[in-house]
Design a binder for this molecule. Structure first.
Ligand code: LLP
Length: 430
């Protein structure tokens, strides 16, 4: 269901994304200048917004032995990884490709955790060779194979088991991961047996426990519920003589797309850690794997209106960004606010449009039923586009992927060139 945005609601990303004198800015830089210089579609990120989002986690974890492992699937552009590595983050990776990205920006291998249900032997070997801090294991079969691979290279693989606490994260079914019907993790009831098994395998060293229940979670309750179950398990596992050094609570904290009100990271973690202390686990090392909440509202995607196409049932505003650049609406019917770069004043003569891209599919829409005052040639910004947009972009319809700019105060740096069409058939032959 599409929910119309409230024009008066504060912009997601404020104060780093805001209008000044009627012009939309990211920090101190005019988006229209960037679009003019670099073309559209164009992703623009605010460094200050990312650091502010990280600071909220750091405040919440202050005084703890804790490591924030940025889930780079949310946005794995090197400039963003470098920014977060320099700010003290480790990384949560899910492929050898992500591992190479982390290493390319100088990440500390021992601060990398390797998640994912389907690691290949080759990926395991590469991660062992690099010296990642922990493999988050999702099945009994994976325990056996990792042990085998580790023995074959003369290594001891540090592991945690991702337990599936069977908690409803109350989010979109495609991004809910902590329920029994999901492919993720080892069922809560089987976790103790899995730990016993792991402790007997020659190539493994148990270091922690892990859970991640879903994404775009906007309440504290599912986290608390998952924490209780994980702590119950820690008690049982340690009673079986297997020490658990760290507890990884995953990521999942939501952001404001359209008036959503997730708890602030600092408040949430103060509340959760109080519970951890009350249960006597306050001394454990804590790992978190936030993705969206660090970068989501720090980014926008600037796009140009190509044509307006009035219709009997619908009016279409056809823009130059599409589902290949911004796949979330097509995939999850996700809502992103879409606003003009130049504030258009009162909503009186606004027209209701479906904002759509040029891709040849009806699923190629970015926003439905949006009241806009626009003309061809105007530019719009799709907000909350810092997470799961560029990292999920594709070349469908042989569309080169967009360029990316990182803003820092009054300066802006192109951190990814727009792909050239020739890049798209590299390695092909006729
Ligand atoms: N840790 C694990 C093991 C994960 O699977 C994920 C996300 C995260 C951490 C980070 O979650 P976050 O803090 O970003 O919510 N493409 C979807 C989201 C997929 C999330 C997949 N896993 C979307 O656009 O909404």
């Amino acid at each position: 269901m599409t929910v119309p945005s409230t024009p008066t609601a504060p912009l997601p990303g404020a104060p780093f994304v805001s209008y000044r004198d009627g012009q939309l800015m990211v920090e101190g830089v005019l988006l229209s200048d960037l679009a003019h210089r670099h073309g559209t579609p164009l992703f623009v990120y605010s460094k200050a917004a990312i650091l502010a989002a990280l600071a909220a986690y750091q405040r919440g974890l202050a005084g703890r032995q804790a490591l924030i492992c940025y889930a780079m699937k949310a946005n794995s552009s090197l400039a963003i990884l470098k920014l977060l590595a320099d700010a003290g983050c480790g990384f949560d990776i899910v492929s050898a490709g992500e591992l190479e990205r982390a290493l390319a920006v100088g990440a500390t291998p021992s601060q990398i955790v390797f998640s994912g249900v389907g690691k290949t032997r080759q990926e395991m070997r590469r991660a062992l060779e690099a010296g990642v801090g922990c493999f988050n294991i999702e099945s009994l079969a994976e325990l056996d194979v990792l042990s085998e691979v580790a023995v074959s290279v003369g290594a001891l693989a540090p592991i945690s088991i991702r337990v599936n606490p069977n908690v409803d994260a109350r989010t979109h079914p495609y991004i809910s991961t902590g329920l029994k019907g999901n492919k993720f993790g080892i069922a809560h009831e089987q976790a103790l047996a899995a730990y016993r098994h792991a402790a007997r395998l020659p190539g493994l060293r148990v270091v922690g426990i892990d859970c991640h229940i879903g994404s775009q979670i906007t309440e504290a309750a599912p986290y608390l519920e998952a924490m209780e179950r994980v702590l119950d398990l820690v008690t049982a596992i340690e009673a079986a003589g297997i020490p658990i050094q760290h507890i990884d609570f995953g990521g999942g904290l939501g952001i404001d797309y359209n008036g959503d009100t997730p708890p602030a990271a600092d408040a949430l973690w103060r509340q959760l850690l109080a519970r951890l202390d009350a249960r006597g686990f306050g001394d454990r090392r804590i790992l978190l794997e936030p993705g969206r909440s660090l970068v989501g509202n720090a980014g926008v995607c600037v796009t140009e209106v190509l044509f307006l196409k009035p219709g009997e049932q619908k009016n279409f505003c056809i823009v130059d960004a599409a589902m290949n650049d911004l796949p979330r609406p097509a995939l999850y019917e996700a809502f992103h606010r879409i606003v003009p770069l130049t504030e258009s004043g009162g909503a009186n003569d606004a027209v209701t449009y479906d904002v759509v891209g040029p891709v040849c599919e009806s699923g190629d829409w970015l926003g439905r039923d949006r009241a806009l005052k626009v003309q061809a040639g105007d530019r719009l910004a799709v907000l909350s586009a810092g997470a799961y947009c560029m990292s999920m972009a594709s070349n469908y319809n042989t569309r080169p992927r967009a360029a990316e700019v990182l803003v820092d105060g009054d300066s802006a740096r192109l951190v990814r060139e727009r792909e050239a069409v020739q890049d798209l058939w590299r390695g092909e032959s006729v």
